[in-house]
Write a protein that binds this ligand. Structure first.
Ligand code: SF4
Ligand code: SF4
Length: 665
């Protein structure tokens, strides 16, 4: 046993040291802050497997394997101890605790075997499209099954050799298996015991050494990955520092922070991220799984170089590390490893990262590569250049005059902050609400509702600028960092305490990203939340409208990224006569409209259109209207209705418009 442990553990430590130094090739990032929150994530997502519990079938299967593994691992430690002392038990396991464990362990062994059988049937028979055939996965299933069977049979042989052993009856599966040896010679049973015992111990230590070489490395890295996950809101991006920096974004593997390497080690290739990625579903060359797997393959292909860089960085020799990186010939990250089109195809909808069971972050990785393309290589899709110019010159992506930002108000009774000085709410109108004719109608409906409810609000008018979302999502961090501070300074000038906005992108930006740039103590609410509150307070009364069937489309930046699912539905449900029907993909599973991540301002000329896919689903519900609470979604769905020639049967409206139509004045 000592020789076995020495050989296998030395090999394992050597492999893990290599993996560690490779990871150190990445840049620094602090993932040891907020220890309480990290512990909570570890308990709920790591040990509690929260993200897998949403899925019946494969999710529960994984939970079964994970739980079985945890329980059975104590037994493995015991068996290693029995290599030294045949009656070894873990501390406190000699009495009732050990007997209770024997019952639980045998029960979990059976659960684990059932889960493995289910996994094998999925892989070999039903073969869902998201699973890639993999010999490694089949081997691992067999390997784990053999570990369990060898333990149960070895235990049964031991009970036959030592009748009346204190675990007999408690280790109920092994007890039932004792019959397998009835009629066998003692010497034969002894041989069975020896073979099972040594097979189990050798196989388990070999398994440990095999893990770091394949996708099952996650067995070891998943819990640390969850503990060391990014804890900032899902759609917020890391603030870039420009001072003293020579390179921006990620153009090669060493530009990633070390966490990205941990992500590479941890990806199980389960495909949950890609399952409903709007880009992948509609035939774009983007698969979040392929991105991380290809980056991992590339990292392993240049492992010697990365390990050397990691050791230099670890020793604080940054100049030498930089020289080594500079001199190393390698395939380009964007172009050879990742398709450039794939980097631009992401809508930042967040489906991938909110469904990844091991908390791998796809969006920051993609945006970091956009940052490199935009700020280092000046590579911007042609059609996007106009929007960036508009943002730079007029602080709106349509490049309409900044002086015309409040033209939408016309004769309406809409107070300006510059006249009022202060108000309970700052209504942040956003670029779409200010300039896009369809969304101007929504904004007019919203201010009518606020006036009707006597809400004390004001707008910034020409003092408002783009929130910065389009610039930031397409990777133009420099432009974004020119815009955000201007809005923040204006908020501070008027001592703004509450901001309400009808745009989930503005909402996300002001609530989750402006605080990194100095915005403090400002409450940000979405118009769906305010309208829902006003209904609750009786300040807005809704009368019964015509009988209509309505479906609600969740905006990714409202729902998935900010967890606001109920408020807009509550507003719609408050209208009598309105029948709500849900699309199959709704709530957390909602499907993107295709406009996020700056895609609103790019061409979609590969594959089918994301908004058509979504509107087909809305039409399938038989609804007369598809409602939304986001200007980008409204535009995309409205366009899709026209393009798929459904204007006679389906319309798209914002919840504020539906409310205004049904308002009892
Ligand atoms: S954020 Fe959305 S579009 Fe981008 S990779 Fe993830 S699932 Fe695909
Ligand atoms: S990134 Fe996450 S969801 Fe995607 S394949 Fe890897 S483990 Fe699965």
């Amino acid at each position: 046993m000592s020789i076995l442990l020495f050989c296998s553990l030395s090999l394992f430590v050597g492999t893990m040291a290599d993996r560690y130094w490779l990871m150190r090739a990445g840049e620094a990032t602090n993932r040891l802050d907020r220890l309480g929150d990290r512990l909570k994530a570890l308990i709920s997502i790591g040990f509690g497997q929260k993200r897998l519990l949403y899925e019946t079938g494969p999710g529960w299967m994984h939970v079964g394997i994970f739980a079985g593994f945890l329980v059975v691992s104590l037994r493995t430690i015991t068996l290693i101890g029995r290599g030294y002392d045949a009656h070894f038990n873990l501390p406190f396991f000699d009495g009732p605790v050990g007997l209770a464990y024997a019952v639980v362990k045998d029960s979990f062994a059976l659960i684990l075997l059932a889960a493995l059988a289910y996994a094998a049937i999925r892989r070999l028979v039903t073969r869902p499209s998201r699973l890639h055939l993999s010999a490694e996965a089949n081997l691992i299933l067999l390997w784990i099954a053999s570990l369990i069977v060898s333990d149960l049979l070895g235990d049964a042989a031991m009970m036959r050799l030592e009748p009346g052993s204190h675990e007999e009856g408690y280790a109920w599966v092994s007890t039932a298996l004792v019959g397998v040896f009835s009629g066998s010679e003692t010497a034969t049973v002894q041989t069975w015991f020896n073979v099972m015992f040594w097979y189990h111990n050798i196989a388990v230590l070999a398994f440990l050494n095999f893990l770091p070489f394949g996708k099952h490395f996650h067995v070891l890295t998943a819990l640390p990955a969850v503990f060391l996950a990014r804890l900032t809101p899902s759609a917020s991006l890391e603030k870039m520092e420009f001072e003293g920096m020579e390179t921006f974004g990620v153009g090669k593997l060493e530009d990633f922070n070390w966490r990205r390497f941990l992500d590479m080690y941890t990806c199980t290739e389960c495909g949950r991220c890609t399952d409903m990625c709007p880009a992948d579903v509609t035939g774009k060359p983007l698969s979040p799984r392929a991105i991380i797997v290809d980056e991992r393959d590339s990292a392993y292909a240049m492992a010697d170089h990365l390990t050397a860089v990691g050791k230099l960085k670890g020793a604080g020799k940054t100049t030498e590390a930089a020289a080594l990186i500079e001199a190393f010939e390698r395939p380009s990250l964007i172009g050879d490893v990742n398709d450039e089109e794939a980097i631009w195809a992401c809508t930042t909808c967040g489906y991938c990262q909110t469904h990844c069971p091991v908390m791998i972050d796809h969006i920051p990785n993609i945006i970091d590569q956009r940052r490199h393309l935009v700020m280092m290589e000046a590579k911007v899709p042609t059609v996007l250049q106009g929007a960036l110019k508009g943002l730079e010159n007029n602080s709106n992506p349509w490049n309409v005059s900044a002086a015309g930002r409040e033209d939408w108000i016309g004769e309406l009774d809409v107070p300006r902050m510059r006249d009022k000085g202060q108000a309970d709410y700052l209504l942040f109108v956003g670029c779409a609400g200010s300039y896009d004719s369809r969304n101007v109608e929504v904004m007019k409906a919203l201010v009518s509702l606020l006036n009707e409810a006597d809400v004390d609000y004001a707008v910034l008018g020409t003092e408002e600028g783009c929130c910065g979302d389009p610039a930031r999502r397409v990777g133009h961090e420099y432009l974004f960092q020119m815009q955000a501070p201007q809005n923040i300074a204006t908020f501070q000038k008027y001592k703004v305490g509450k901001v309400v906005t009808a745009c989930p992108h503005c909402f996300n930006m002001i609530a989750n990203e402006y605080p990194d740039f100095g915005l403090e103590e400002v409450e940000v609410i979405h118009h769906s939340e305010l309208l829902s509150e006003l209904v609750d307070q009786g300040k807005l009364k809704l009368k019964g409208g015509e009988k209509t069937k309505v479906t609600f489309h969740d905006s990714c930046y409202l729902g998935r990224h900010n967890d606001i699912y109920e408020a807009p539905r509550k507003v719609l449900n408050a209208v009598d006569g309105l029948e709500m029907v849900e699309m199959e993909r709704h709530g957390r599973e909602g499907f993107c409209c295709g406009a996020g991540g700056g895609r609103m301002f790019m061409e979609e000329d590969i594959g089918s259109r994301i908004n058509h896919n979504r509107i087909d689903e809305a039409a399938e519900t038989g609804a007369d209207e598809v409602c939304t609470a986001c200007p980008f979604c409204l535009t995309m769905l409205g366009d899709a209705i026209k393009e798929t020639e459904r204007s006679d049967t389906l319309k798209a409206r914002d919840i504020a418009e539906v409310m205004l139509e049904n308002l009892e004045r």
